[in-house]
Design a protein around this ligand. Structure first.
Ligand code: HEC
Length: 197
């Protein structure tokens, strides 16, 4: 679990770095430009969250809620409406699979908003000592916040591809929710964006 969390933070940083490369995307126009701008806003929000989760920036629940609200507002339909069928004009990095697997694409888009809401809900939860590296899931989740122990940890939840529910996330330390949020970004990018990070 610990290694997974570190990987998630590193990955979130890589996603954030995407926003810098994006400056090279001059020439985008119309809906492609709109969605690149929207994705960059997501990248910026994740970058600051990453810094907080890593302890490079002071943790502030209020700030986390505000960044989570930004992410939420870019997910769901706000995201999917920026992907009208076959909109692949240069320099888009989107893949045609978006439209052949629209259900999954829109599910991930909804999940982004749902998990951002869960992060806001969890912003005041107890954080594991030592920040992100402190072993988020193990202690954190079982910390007597009404999750009647046992069972769901290992296999169940990390297994099958389907993420945990918003209710489960809202009980976790914010670092844990952040992990799942970052995972949603990368799950979508892996399937629906040309490889680059
Ligand atoms: C539902 C799918 C989906 C989700 C969820 C998603 N993205 Fe994206 N993202 C894309 C697609 C598709 C592109 C490529 C868009 C294009 O180039 O036309 C993209 C591109 C980007 C880019 C590059 C933008 C540019 O200017 O080229 C960044 C940065 C980015 N995403 C960050 C994020 C972050 C951070 C998150 C999570 C908070 C996230 N994305 C969640 C699908 C998604």
């Amino acid at each position: 679990m610990k290694r997974k969390m570190i990987a998630a933070v590193a990955m979130a940083a890589a996603i954030g770095a995407g926003a810098t490369t994006a400056i090279a995307h001059g020439g985008a126009s119309g809906v492609v430009k709109e969605r690149m701008d929207s994705m960059e806003a997501l990248g910026d929000a994740m970058k600051e969250l990453t810094a907080m989760m890593r302890g490079q920036q002071d943790y502030g629940a209020e700030r986390v809620r505000s960044l989570a609200a930004t992410i939420e507002s870019h997910g769901g339909e706000a995201l999917t409406r920026l992907f009208p069928k076959d909109s692949l004009d240069h320099p888009s990095e989107a893949l045609p699979a978006i439209w052949s697997d629209w259900d999954r694409f829109s599910a991930l888009s909804d999940q982004l908003s749902t998990y951002a809401q869960a992060l806001a809900a969890a912003a005041d939860n107890q954080r594991p000592a030592g920040g992100a590296q402190g072993g988020m899931m193990g202690q954190g989740m079982m910390h007597g916040q009404g999750m009647s122990g046992g069972g769901m940890m290992g296999g169940g939840m990390m297994g099958g591809g389907q993420g945990p529910t918003a209710e489960m996330l809202a009980q976790m330390p914010p670092d844990g929710v952040f992990f799942h949020l970052a995972d949603t970004c990368s799950a979508c990018h892996q399937s629906f964006r040309k490889k680059q990070n």
